[in-house]
Design a protein around this ligand. Structure first.
Ligand SMILES: [Zn+2]
Ligand SMILES: [Zn+2]
Ligand SMILES: [Zn+2]
Length: 363
């Protein structure tokens, strides 16, 4: 579909707008990936080239790791898979490049030709925000550079250090996570034309995936000239959380109608109704506690043992439950984590108990 064009969006830099009208559900833009990579967890259950999930996939005869639908997919993928095929065999159990570095290696391996996914925006034009990167991110990017040199040096000629850092920063900031219908993570890809689309918490479009291609579909009716806007983040959270996330990952603050009015926050931060109303200060304190809990849980999720994690969830639910209703987003967030812990512990009754509570408020 070719109903979009690049333009200068007031206050947002460049953006994408439609040149004709679109109705809800209509396909605004379809973009093949400039470069993509199947996540390591999906290796073996999906075709590395087209991401199709199948029982009987054929394995690469050399590494016995990469899987394909057929010889055609294998052939199509070879230019990229050869970056990893012999290296995986050489590194054996020490093969552990990050998904970002695997994608960057593929981008470097591609010829610098204008590609079909770059009709509107060239890959080199994508914003890198190198000057905005803080120390923590710089360290992470340096680690990615080291990983690239460690795992891919045999097949690639690297640009100088500064350019490589810029590319990694570009990919970190503009990479899209490919998800299936159940929102499980399948891989990462770069779509230069889709990266042109700006964010709004009141989006006019969403991105879905068909294999490795991105599809931008209207979720609101659009008039000719309207800007195409997608959400970069989970919109379940209140305004301040959303903007913290946007600043952290994308280096801007949103000024959409929802962010200006904060009108959705009250429904998201549902507070218990009591005969003596809860003081605003107590609510503020509990919001801070909730944010801290969410952050802490994320930090220790892969470190603490499963019983400690469950206890963390239960404790914070009890604490927050003194002020928040079950439908409060922080309550839902923690209940969702607790459900995951129960599933991991093979405690279906526990998982169901949390699951039912969550569903009750999202029907
Ligand atoms: Zn395939
Ligand atoms: Zn192979
Ligand atoms: Zn907003």
């Amino acid at each position: 579909a070719g109903g979009g064009g690049r333009f200068d969006s007031p206050g947002k830099g460049r953006g994408l707008r439609v040149t004709r009208g679109f109705a809800v559900g209509e396909l605004v833009l379809c973009s093949p990936a400039y470069s993509f990579v199947l996540s390591g967890e999906e290796r073996g259950s999906r075709c590395e080239f087209c991401f199709t999930k199948k029982e009987k996939l054929a394995r690469c005869g050399k590494c016995k790791k990469a899987s394909y639908c057929n010889a055609k997919c294998q052939k199509g993928d070879w230019a990229m898979h050869k970056l990893e095929c012999s290296a995986m065999m050489a590194f054996k159990e020490n093969w552990c490049p990050s998904e970002i570095s695997r994608l960057v290696a593929r981008i470097l391996a591609k010829k610098k030709e204008r590609c079909v996914s770059e009709k509107i925006l060239l890959i080199d034009d994508i914003q890198s925000h190198v000057e905005d990167v803080d120390n923590e991110k710089r360290e992470r990017n340096e680690a990615e550079v080291a990983g690239l040199h460690r795992f891919f040096s045999k097949h690639l000629e690297f640009p100088d250090h500064k350019d490589l850092l810029a590319l990694i920063s570009q990919v970190a900031c503009n990479g899209f996570t490919i998800e299936d219908d159940e929102l499980s993570h399948l891989g990462t890809a770069l779509y230069p034309d889709v990266a042109l689309i700006n964010h709004s918490c009141l989006p006019s479009a969403i991105v879905t995936y068909d294999g490795t291609a991105a599809q931008v579909r209207a979720v609101r009716n659009m008039e000719p000239g309207d800007e195409v806007l997608i959400s970069y983040i989970d919109l379940m959270y209140p305004t301040d959380d959303r903007n913290n996330r946007l600043r952290e990952s994308y280096y801007f603050t949103c000024d959409c109608r929802d962010c200006k009015s904060k009108s959705g926050d009250k429904a998201k931060l549902r507070v218990r109704k009591r005969s003596d109303p809860v003081e605003p200060q107590a609510i503020g304190n509990m919001v801070r506690y909730a944010r801290k809990t969410v952050r802490e849980f994320r930090a220790v999720k892969h470190i603490k043992n499963i019983l400690e994690l469950l206890e963390m969830c239960e404790q914070s639910l009890e604490e927050m439950g003194s002020i928040f209703e079950d439908a409060n987003v922080y309550m839902v967030h923690v209940m969702y984590q607790a459900m995951g812990v129960c599933l991991y512990m093979e405690d279906p009754e526990g998982a169901l108990r949390y699951g039912e509570k969550i569903i009750k408020h999202y029907r």
